[in-house]
Design a protein around this ligand. Structure first.
Ligand SMILES: [Zn+2]
Length: 219
């Protein structure tokens, strides 16, 4: 037995791979979701999400409730950053089904520098990197968030949420998306205000088309 598989066997006993949704132990680390969850977790079956504009369509594999919601909260707020690979592969699979290989670049809706420092990572960036790896399409930062505005989750009403994000995204100085078809990644789509504003900023800066991708959307 090779040393690497010995180490892997040891790590699997010490930290057995668990389903990202229900956290049951699973046999194969590569699966990341148990059989039961892959049959029962609610999938998203719509192509168009009301409130999402400036995007050619949305690739969103799950509905944001129950086990998906708790998994995303662990990912964002409790340091389970390794979920990104699993989540990203679901978004990539969904984007391929919806749009084929219709894009040249993967990018993400950034958090402000202050928020990224507090959390230690930008959750949408990690998702975008994982999507990029699954699809074999490059990822690059195309937007920067200049304003540390209140979190969208603290604001009620679609109009107020649109106003809260208006103008908060600017193209990055070496804008890598000019003339390109871009897959824009965020973690959750709620009213669509955030991803629409980011898509608008990409188009204004010269992207050719924007497609939206996220792990989940609100019910
Ligand atoms: Zn499960």
């Amino acid at each position: 037995m090779a040393a690497s598989s010995l180490i892997k066997g040891f790590l699997d006993r010490l930290f057995p791979p668990r389903c990202v949704f229900c956290r049951r132990v699973i046999a194969d680390r590569r699966d990341c979701v148990c059989e039961r969850c892959s049959d029962t977790v609610r999938r998203n079956i719509v192509v168009k999400i009301n409130g999402v504009v400036f995007c050619r369509g949305c690739a969103v594999p799950f509905i944001y409730d129950g086990l998906v919601r708790s998994a995303l909260l662990r990912y964002k707020f409790r340091g389970f950053r390794h979920y990104a690979a699993c989540f990203g592969s679901y978004i990539a699979e969904c984007a391929l089904k919806r749009f084929g290989a219709a894009f040249d670049l993967v990018t993400w809706v950034p958090v402000s520098a202050k928020r990224a420092r507090q959390r230690g990572y930008d959750q949408a960036e990690l998702l975008a990197q994982a999507v990029s790896q699954s699809l074999g399409i490059p990822a690059a930062a195309a937007l920067i968030k200049t304003v540390d505005n209140p979190a969208q989750s603290a604001i009620k009403g679609a109009g107020a949420r649109r106003a809260n994000v208006k103008g908060v995204y600017l193209p990055s100085p070496d804008f890598p998306a000019a003339g390109l078809r871009v897959l824009l990644i965020d973690d959750v789509i709620t009213t669509g205000a955030t991803i629409s504003e980011a898509a608008r900023a990409l188009l204004t800066a010269g992207a050719e088309e924007v497609f939206a991708g996220a792990l989940a959307r609100a019910k």
